[in-house]
Write a protein that binds this ligand. Structure first.
Ligand SMILES: *[C@@H]1O[C@H](CO)[C@@H](O)[C@H](O)[C@H]1NC(C)=O
Ligand SMILES: *[C@@H]1O[C@H](CO)[C@@H](O)[C@H](O)[C@H]1NC(C)=O
Ligand SMILES: *[C@@H]1O[C@H](CO)[C@@H](O)[C@H](O)[C@H]1NC(C)=O
Ligand SMILES: *[C@@H]1O[C@H](CO)[C@@H](O)[C@H](O)[C@H]1NC(C)=O
Ligand SMILES: *[C@@H]1O[C@H](CO)[C@@H](O)[C@H](O)[C@H]1NC(C)=O
Ligand SMILES: *[C@@H]1O[C@H](CO)[C@@H](O)[C@H](O)[C@H]1NC(C)=O
Ligand SMILES: *[C@@H]1O[C@H](CO)[C@@H](O)[C@H](O)[C@H]1NC(C)=O
Length: 791
């Protein structure tokens, strides 16, 4: 809505709620509004209203509970009379041009829970308003960020603020002095923001008491000394930002206890240890920034454990040794900055597996060898820099390499390549003469022959040995590859003799039990019902698939156990959170939008890998929520390959008779038995719709002409968007609209996946890309909403 708010609105004498937020109203707020004594709520948030707040604001509003004027262009002083609106619980004047001092009688508002003064031009001598606020015993959230005129020291009195306080936010307020130890009294604090001030001294040890703290920013201050080890007790801490201070000493090993950490930002300080080996325990870390310190030693060898990391900045330190090959497991990493260190050795070939990489800066190190050609695979790479190393050989030409200039390669020993890069042309290096070539061929042929001979011998020996002890014993175990050996006897004990109390699932081909070995290792064991038709084949297929695959979103096989006659079992990784199906439809669990997106991305990665990551594409054929399992970190793993199909080299499809699950099955599969990767894409589309709508395709509301897909397609264009699971829309305002946007984008992708004609469906690579974009937008939108408190 646009225009001005009509003055006559003051005539609505019995009005209780006046909610005009998030519109485009300009001009002044008619003063008469503040004379409607029946009002409970006034909401003008986010318009273009510009007026002085009337000096009598609050005098005639004895019932008012909520006043929201944030994000407008209001000017003038903050009226003292506000304290007469004694029923106020929420007061938000953030992001205006309100000036003058903060009234010192705000403490009269005894019911106040939410006070947001951020982003104005307010003053307060020695922060005296805080002492008044100690009277508000229900205060939960206090924001006064971005009022550059507040200044002064943070008084010890902050410890006397309400025990219910969860947010204390004073970003960029010119605060000086040290952080008072009394801050530790605020034991329910979840979020403390003191960044961009002029704080000095140490971080007080009393923060140990802030057990519920999830987010702490002290960035851009002048804090010094060590990080207190007491900080390691904050088990709920997800964001820690200490960037740009003068902190020194080591990065304590105990930081590895903070397993809730998602963002750890310690850049631009004077830390001087190595990275403690415990730090890779932080397996949920999304952003790690240790740049511009004096950190030394090697990068962690198990760096791949940071498996969901999206950004890692270790630039400008003195790290040495090699880049670990384990970086290949950092599948979500988009930004990787290692420049200006003392790294040596080769650039590992495996960086080519970091498929999300967008920025890669390895400049100013001591790296040698060639730039691996595998980097051409990085289709999202936009920035690449290996300047000032000791690299040689040919600069790759494929992939994004056509886009880089000499700025990315300068200062190396002997790189060669395309003339526009101003490097020497590469000389081709043919073998010197044909004699040498013949020699080489002989060597190669000889070594192949030897290997074959040895392999054949081993095979024959094994075969004859097996014939000898023909009688199959229960202990007969066939360990495959490097799987752990677990005997039937061990299985028997670990599952309490296949006791019913250990039963996790009962499928048509198998029972699944939970097992615990004497060393505490927990696993799931799938015992095939060999008496049922098809079970044997199911075992073989599942073995075959799991033997040949390895991916973080596939259930891992630990061992298989089998005697030739009557017992076949697969020992699998145990997934403590059970199946998506169970989790999703049990009443005491609710997923937020981000969790749902993450699960979809996990499953999409698994399918992308099955379809495109092997020389033989694998079709799962039975994708549905009960085959998606959740580990302790809620990372999804695809399981149950009992009816999967391996498409041999050139077959893009095969015909078969195995039945999948109604509702998720692609039409061409159901009707003609045609199996192709496109069928999985269809099922994935349905799965996405289910995750957003929380309606099964087999729900009783569908049937006959109506299907989940049809229903989504119909409703997606209606403004009500009634399809989306209401749990997702339980937030208010913009957080809700971010969730809604995201949900609708996903439904669109779901529809593109499940078109009737297989040829019109997109493939899993595209799906992954789309979902990642959707997630990035969601994160950006919600981040923006969260930051709104600041200014
Ligand atoms: C609001 O009410 C007060 C007291 O009743 C009166 O003095 C004032 O003029 C009124 N303001 C408006 C804009 O009606
Ligand atoms: C406003 O509050 C002050 C102080 O509590 C009181 O003296 C005054 O009478 C109140 N004004 C009105 C109009 O209620
Ligand atoms: C804030 O107040 C100061 C002094 O009172 C004034 O100079 C400045 O222009 C104000 N800033 C804004 C954004 O209103
Ligand atoms: C603040 O609380 C402390 C105890 O935590 C108490 O000794 C002190 O008197 C209180 N100060 C005020 C101004 O209430
Ligand atoms: C890491 O922190 C530094 C400040 O210390 C900042 O300049 C840099 O941009 C950050 N890196 C990333 C990837 O955001
Ligand atoms: C090269 O850059 C252009 C423009 O930034 C971009 O559109 C294109 O996708 C890039 N090419 C590759 C292969 O990355
Ligand atoms: C690569 O890094 C070097 C040294 O840090 C820098 O001078 C150069 O500008 C960078 N190249 C690009 C393309 O940014």
């Amino acid at each position: 809505m646009v225009g001005t708010i009509p003055r006559e609105i003051g005539n609505l004498k019995n009005l209780e709620r006046l909610q005009l937020g998030i519109n485009n109203f300009g001009g002044p707020i008619p003063p008469a509004v503040f004379n409607i004594s029946t009002l409970l709520i006034i909401d003008f948030t986010s318009n273009r209203l510009s007026s002085h707040l009337p000096s009598s604001l609050g005098l005639w509003l004895p019932n008012l509970e909520k006043l929201y004027i944030g994000e407008n262009q209001c000017t003038g002083p903050f009226p003292m009379s506000i304290s007469n609106a004694s029923q106020l619980t929420d007061l938000d004047i953030s992001t205006n041009y309100i000036s003058g001092s903060i009234p010192e009688n705000l403490g009269n508002l005894r019911n106040l829970k939410w006070l947001n003064l951020a982003g104005n031009n307010l003053t307060s001598s020695r922060m005296s308003f805080l002492s008044s606020l100690t009277n508000c015993r229900d205060l939960e959230s206090l924001f006064f960020d971005g009022n550059p005129l507040i200044g002064g020291k943070l008084p010890g009195l902050v410890g006397n603020l309400s025990g219910s306080l969860v947010v204390f936010s004073a970003f960029a307020c010119n605060i000086r002095g040290s952080i008072p130890g009394e801050i530790g009294n605020l034991s329910h604090l979840i979020n403390i923001q003191l960044g961009r001030n002029k704080l000095t001294g140490r971080i007080p040890a009393t923060i140990r008491a802030l057990k519920e703290l999830q987010s702490a920013s002290l960035m851009e201050n002048k804090l010094e000394g060590f990080i207190p080890t007491e900080l390691c007790h904050l088990n709920n801490l997800a964001n820690l930002d200490l960037t740009s201070n003068k902190l020194s000493g080591s990065i304590h090993a105990c930081l590895g206890n903070l397993i809730s950490l998602r963002n750890l930002l310690l850049g631009s300080n004077m830390f001087s240890s190595s990275i403690p080996s415990t730090l890779t325990r932080l397996t949920d870390l999304l952003i790690l920034n240790l740049s511009s310190n004096s950190l030394s030693g090697p990068l962690p060898n198990d760096i791949g454990k940071w498996k969901v990391l999206t950004s890692m900045d270790l630039a400008n330190n003195i790290f040495s040794s090699n880049i670990p090959t384990g970086v290949a497991d950092l599948r979500d990493l988009a930004q990787f900055f290692l420049s200006n260190n003392r790294l040596t050795g080769f650039i590992p070939e495996s960086i080519g597996d970091m498929l999300s990489l967008e920025f890669l800066d390895l400049s100013r190190n001591n790296l040698s060898g060639e730039i691996p050609k595998s980097l051409e695979k990085l289709s999202h790479l936009r920035y690449f820099n290996v300047s000032f190393n000791r690299l040689q050989g040919e600069i790759p030409k494929g992939g994004s390499f056509g886009n880089y200039s000499i700025e990315s390669f300068m200062g190396n020993e002997a790189l060669c390549g395309a003339p526009q890069l101003h490097v020497p042309r590469c000389k081709s290096k043919p073998l010197k003469n044909s004699k040498a070539r013949t020699k080489l061929i002989i060597y190669v042929a000889l070594s192949i022959a030897c290997t074959l001979l040895v392999a054949t011998l081993i095979f024959i020996i094994l075969r004859s040995k097996k014939r000898k002890d023909k009688l199959p014993s229960q202990e007969d175990v066939l360990p495959l590859g490097s799987w752990r050996r677990i005997s039937y006897h061990e299985l028997h004990q670990a599952t309490d003799r296949f006791s019913e109390t250990r039963l996790l699932g009962n499928g048509s081909y198998d029972f699944v039990y939970q097992g615990i070995l004497s060393d505490g290792m927990t696993f799931a064991v799938k015992v095939f019902k060999l008496e049922s038709e098809g079970a044997l084949k199911s075992f073989d297929v599942e073995c075959e698939v799991l033997r040949n695959t390895r991916h973080r979103n596939l259930v891992k096989i630990i061992s298989s156990c089998s005697n030739d006659l009557d017992f076949k079992a697969l020992v699998l990784e145990f997934m403590p959170n059970g199946s998506l199906d169970k989790w999703f439809y049990s009443n005491n669990h609710s997923f937020d939008i981000l969790q749902r997106v993450n699960i979809m991305i996990d499953v999409a990665y698994a399918l992308e890998y099955l379809h495109h990551g092997n020389s033989t594409p694998i079709v799962h054929c039975d994708l549905k929520p009960s085959n998606v399992l959740l580990d302790e970190n809620m990372v999804a793993h695809l399981s149950d390959f009992g009816i999967a199909k391996l498409l041999c080299n050139d077959d893009s499809m095969i015909q078969t008779m195995t039945m999948a699950t109604v509702g998720y099955m692609a039409p061409e599969y159901g009707n003609e038995g045609i199996v192709s990767t496109k069928g999985d894409v269809y099922s994935f589309g349905i799965l996405m719709m289910e995750i957003i709508t929380r309606k099964k395709p087999t729900d009783e509301m569908f049937g006959g002409e109506r299907s989940l897909k049809g229903w989504v397609k119909e409703s997606i264009s209606s403004p009500l968007n009634q399809v989306v699971d209401i749990d997702l829309l339980s937030n208010v305002g913009r957080e809700c609209s971010a969730a809604k946007d995201c949900a609708l984008s996903i439904l669109q992708v779901g529809l593109e996946c499940s078109t009737e004609l297989p040829d019109e469906r997109i493939d899993m690579k595209e799906v992954v890309t789309k979902l990642k974009k959707i997630k990035a937008k969601l994160l950006k939108d919600t981040e923006r909403v969260r930051q709104r408190g600041r200014f």
